[in-house]
Design a protein around this ligand. Structure first.
Ligand SMILES: NC(=O)c1ccc[n+]([C@@H]2O[C@H](COP(=O)([O-])OP(=O)(O)OC[C@H]3O[C@@H](n4cnc5c(N)ncnc54)[C@H](OP(=O)(O)O)[C@@H]3O)[C@@H](O)[C@H]2O)c1
Length: 285
């Protein structure tokens, strides 16, 4: 039974039942020694406005938002972080005395995950700025990925099944002067590419699906990394084929853990180690 003086956080999504977020945030409350509850609620598009309004109540820390609410929520919030504004999507709402701020922790979550994997930030002798990187997909996750990679001073190519959506994404005003461009696979300088980020949902719950059918991974630059935001299954076909060609490939669990860590930090001020979130994901799988 929920007690009104226990701080509460929520996930609003539709569907919400299979989310891994409750396991992660409950583990974080335990690790931090804080009383707190995290509840996943199925909220339909039509219910979103009222559900967001309830986040203003005392005792509510905020909420995570997932499909289909990340963009629609913007209209119901009081202000937005720079990343949320640029990306046009919110995955974390923070309640401060009834004032709701929308944040996007997917972008810094990806950045932290790539940093751990040795993707360097800014200028560097071995990874000069303007290194070409490839983002697969043109939905909300791809917007966060492009924003992150432009911030790392990378030359971003967007490859999407529907080319027009890649072109729209490349023109997003939130990206300012920085340049991203839409491309088809045959147009890319693959021998220079050290990083592919799959931000499409190809492969999600579909072990035989890939966003790059027939791709020759040996064409990539030496030491290249394939980062697949998809984490269900743990090894996607994209990862399997990259690894078979000797290319390093990782799934999106580390990004998932980091975005949760950053949301928890925004709500509570406590920076719980990423390992706590990863361990919860292992137990919940
Ligand atoms: N690891 C993390 O923390 C994290 C965070 C956020 C999202 N994600 C994952 O990122 C993925 C994308 O999420 P989203 O919110 O951006 O979804 P979305 O807005 O629905 O976009 C889906 C994208 O995937 C493309 N796509 C779908 N099926 C495809 C296929 N069979 N072949 C090639 N392209 C395909 C779509 O292409 P069209 O434009 O042609 O339809 C579209 O660009 C999901 O799997 C999600 O779980 C992971």
């Amino acid at each position: 039974m929920s007690s009104p003086d226990v701080p509460r956080a929520f996930l609003y999504a539709d569907p919400a039942a299979h989310s891994l977020s409750p396991a992660m945030h409950r583990a974080a409350f335990r690790h931090a020694g804080l009383r707190g509850e995290y509840t996943a609620l199925r909220v339909s598009a039509g219910e979103l406005g009222e559900a967001v309004a309830r986040l203003r109540e005392p005792g509510v820390l905020g909420a995570n938002l997932s499909l289909p609410h990340k963009e629609a929520a913007l209209a119901h919030l009081d202000d937005l972080s720079e990343a949320a504004r640029a990306i046009g999507a919110v995955n974390t709402v923070v309640n401060r005395q009834g004032h709701l701020t929308g944040e996007n922790t997917d972008a810094p979550g990806l950045s932290a995950a790539l940093g751990e994997l040795g993707v360097v930030f800014g200028r560097n002798e071995t990874h000069p700025t303007n290194d070409p990187v490839v983002v697969l997909g043109a939905g909300g996750a791809a917007r966060a990925a492009v924003y992150t990679l432009l911030g790392l001073e990378r030359n971003v190519y967007i490859v999407n099944r529907t080319r027009e959506r890649a072109e729209e994404l490349a023109r997003m005003p939130g990206f300012g002067e920085a340049k991203a461009r839409a491309a088809d696979p045959h147009e890319l300088p693959w021998p220079e590419v050290r990083l592919i980020v799959n931000a499409s949902s190809a492969g999600l719950d579909a072990p035989d699906e890939t966003p790059l059918p027939g791709f020759d991974f040996t064409a990539l630059a030496p030491g290249a990394l394939v980062y697949d935001m998809v984490y269900r299954p743990r090894e996607t076909r994209l990862m399997r084929e990259a690894r078979a060609a000797g290319v390093r490939a990782e799934n999106g669990l580390s990004m998932l853990a980091h975005q949760a860590r950053l949301a928890f930090l925004a709500w509570t001020g406590v920076d719980v180690p990423t390992g706590v979130f990863l361990e919860a994901l292992e137990v919940a799988r």
